[in-house]
Write a protein that binds this ligand. Structure first.
Ligand SMILES: *Cc1c(COP(=O)(O)O)cnc(C)c1O
Length: 349
């Protein structure tokens, strides 16, 4: 990595250089989309994705309430109205809840492929087709994840990825990408991320400045080459958790790798439902095990200061139970066993 940084420094290649173009090509190919554009972060990717898709004031966009506020910010920044709905027991947006939330103003569905698992895109595409809706994907947590052998981020008119350091493919700061397979969208996104300039440098629309630094792109390109090993290890740890905790009846675990032929999961997070969640979290902390509650325990519809009024009882229930166990590339197999041993001890002292 130091070699990569040294090389970029010697060339003074900081903004929109060949390393960015190479990473964009490799990323699009990896995901199975036609085009990728590096941007400042996934929130910007969602924002310009919504704008380029033509969403604006008066339009409603349906999203899961179990997602980062960034998803809603992307919609709001385009001037449209985010409509959070319930997730299912797999923690991903519930297609039945999507269907119920559709009004004459609904223009798009913005599913989040949460925790490294791609949503049931057959169900969502079916709804979108029947109601004439666009799909924009929040794939910030899902690089490499697939549904029926098709990559997360390749289904919609646009998709957003994040390279925030804690994501499965992280850079040395903020970074993101917006992907599309639509030529017109690609031209609009190209302009939006770079001051509204077209390829000749002429100002042809309003835009913003949100470009993935060439240095970050070079680092990401380097890391992408070894990304399959990352996915392999993450799935291995998920299998170890399943093996050691699958019979603890106070827990509901995520589906293990290969349990469902339609899904290829990459375990950005290992999010469980746990009885006596807060006590378990405190017990693990006493034993040196850090756990997290996603989004600080606050679902999108609970951000009442932003004007949300929805009542989503299942999501509220889930937010009392969900907990993320450690799953990262610096964990040894002994570490995983230690976590499992402590969890078993908590429930069966
Ligand atoms: C991390 C994340 C984002 C935001 O990504 P940034 O690159 O930090 O803007 C959006 N949506 C989801 C689901 C995320 O996990």
């Amino acid at each position: 990595m130091l070699e990569v940084i040294g090389d970029i420094g010697r060339r003074g290649a900081f903004i929109m250089q060949e390393d960015l173009a190479a990473f964009e090509r490799h990323l699009a190919e990896f995901v199975g989309a036609k085009y990728a554009l590096g941007v400042g972060n996934a929130t910007d990717a969602l924002m310009i994705g919504c704008q380029a898709a033509g969403l604006g004031p008066g339009d409603e966009v349906i999203l899961s309430s179990h997602t980062m506020i960034a998803t809603a910010i992307g919609i709001h920044s385009a001037g449209a109205t985010p409509v959070p709905v319930e997730c299912g027991s797999d923690h991903l947006i519930d297609p039945a809840a999507v269907e119920q939330a559709i009004t004459p103003r609904t223009k798009a569905i913005l599913p989040t492929h949460l925790n490294g698992r791609t949503c049931n895109m057959d169900a969502l595409r079916d709804i979108a087709e029947r109601h004439g809706l666009l799909i924009i994907e929040d794939a910030a947590q899902a690089l490499g994840s697939k549904f029926k052998d098709k990559g997360a981020g390749s289904f919609g008119i646009a998709s957003a990825f994040s390279f925030y350091p804690a994501k499965v493919l992280g850079c040395l700061g903020d970074g993101g990408a917006v992907l599309t397979s639509n030529n017109e969208m690609y031209e609009r996104l190209w302009q939006l991320r770079d001051f509204g300039r077209n390829r000749k440098g002429e100002i042809v629309s309003w835009g913003i400045n949100s470009r993935l630094d060439n240095l970050q792109a070079a680092i990401l390109d380097y890391r992408l080459k070894k990304f399959d090993q990352v996915v392999h290890r993450r799935r291995e740890i998920a299998s170890m958790y399943q093996e050691a905790l699958g019979d603890v009846e106070q827990l509901i675990l995520p589906p293990p790798p290969d349990s469902d032929p339609d899904h290829f999961d990459i375990y950005q997070n290992y999010e469980i439902d746990a009885a006596r969640r807060d006590e378990l979290k405190a017990f693990l902390a006493e034993h040196g095990i850090g756990t997290l509650i996603q989004w600080g325990g606050v679902a999108v519809h609970r951000c009442r200061k932003l004007g949300f009024t929805q009542e989503l009882p299942y999501t509220d229930y889930l937010f009392q139970a969900m907990l993320m166990l450690p799953l990262n590339m610096s964990m040894s197999t002994d570490d995983v066993e230690y976590v499992c041993e402590k969890i078993r001890k908590f429930y069966r002292p």
